[in-house]
Write a protein that binds this ligand. Sequence first.
Ligand code: NAD
Ligand code: 6OD
Length: 492
Amino acid sequence: MSPSASTQPRQIRNFIGGEFVDGVRTFDKFNPIDGSLIGEVHEAGPEEVARAVAAARAALEGPWGRMSVGERAQIMRRIADTIDRRSAELVAAEVGDTGKPEALARDLDVARAAANFRSFADTVSAAGLDSYLTELPDGRSALNYAIRKPLGVVAVIVPWNLPLLLLTWKLAPALASGNTVVVKPSEETPSSATLLAEILSEAGVPPGVVNVVHGFGEGSAGGYLTAHPGIDGVTFTGESSTGSAIMRAVAPRVRPVSFELGGKNAAVVFADANLDAAIAGLARSTFLNTGQVCLCTERIYVERAVFDDVAAGLAEHAGRLRLGRPGDPATTTGPLISQAHREKVLSYFELARAEGATVLAGGGIPTLGDGLDSGSWIQPTLWTGLDNSHRAVREEVFGPVAALIPFDTEDEAIALANDTEYGLAAVTWTSDLARGHRVAQRMRVGMSWVNTWYLRDLRSPFGGTGLSGIGREGGQHSIEFYTEPTNVCVQL
Ligand code: NAD
Ligand code: 6OD
């Protein structure tokens, strides 16, 4: 008996030149909730990647390349409206791939996808010319003005933790600036990018402007894409070590890169802080999305006088988190993305114990029942008893875990927070606003929050220093990366 259509695994295909196409082989994508099969993903080989780059090049030279800013902005807004209308499908795609709670997928990931397109429609519509008059000592003068042209064909390579949010954070400004793109989603989260391709077509994006190729990194779609000579720039979010590999791949052709990479972010809690607000904020910054947000806090420095109160309060919050099915309104916390990632996180749990940590909360694999125990669940975890010399405090875990460490003075807190090769984000909790400004400014990071965390204005510069990245995106900062100025100088 031939299998019925409903028993066939869902096929997740590449999107090239406006059509869904097969890959060279398929790989299985599993649901991290219970390990069930989501579908078969079509891996792009070198030929598919080359066709995607060629389709993007042809689209750049076609009507898309000649479209006015106003027309592009109109399409951006239509994409946002279509995302809103098809929100439930996108939530289902995101939840299926990641296991995150439906409310989080709806209110953060999908809501931000629509907001990303609207925000960059506004930014690009408001952008003006850089121009000035040059006056020479001999009385002559010249008018200088710079026009901004699209970078060209941009490779957009994104990770699995906030798949649609991070993809559209790059895609929206790239398209608003007139580029064409080849997207390489994470092998762990192929679904929302594939659905988005369909949504973009529905909203009027011409064939070839956005292409999606599936697969892995080196020796697969990601590696073929970054090595392709037809790529004019790479925008990437992911691990710092992957950023290095991509830099090496594009170095021979000297292509620009924009990198949002890993972090080992610190929070500093002063004794004068509103402790209830600080503890609730720390719980959010440590455990949101099961700690799988690059901005999550993994180091918490607490002024000694309030250390025990903060530790006890945060442990109580960790104990109140509810691990469960994404559709259950009581669920606060989903699983990790995969069994492989859980192995990595567990290895840090073991390392921390070996380094002398006291486990204040969690520390292992929960027993959940209800058919969930084959998923990649992990307990929200807190450590004390470690310091900055320990690997568990220096290396990014990317899970629901933080180490609490006491400090005595403001200078010491800043020095401890800055004692890292990363430099993505920091949070300062204090009721003394002058101290808040002072400390926030001295943090060696791209984003420094005071008495809040992950509060976003999409126009502000987003990115990191050191191992956390190269460049900034957001508002005009994005437009600068996705365009190339040509300066025109006219003697008057
Ligand atoms: P990853 O670097 O393993 O993968 C990211 C993407 O790069 C995936 O699509 C992957 O297939 C691709 N890739 C891997 N090797 C490649 C290669 N050699 N050439 C081309 N492409 C390649 O990252 P991940 O595990 O998916 O995501 C987690 C990491 O991302 C964490 O380190 C996290 O901190 C970081 N991150 C940073 C930010 C930020 O804004 N700074 C945001 C989200 C995630
Ligand atoms: O909010 C954003 O724009 C953004 N780039 C978030 C990154 C989160 C990292 O996991």
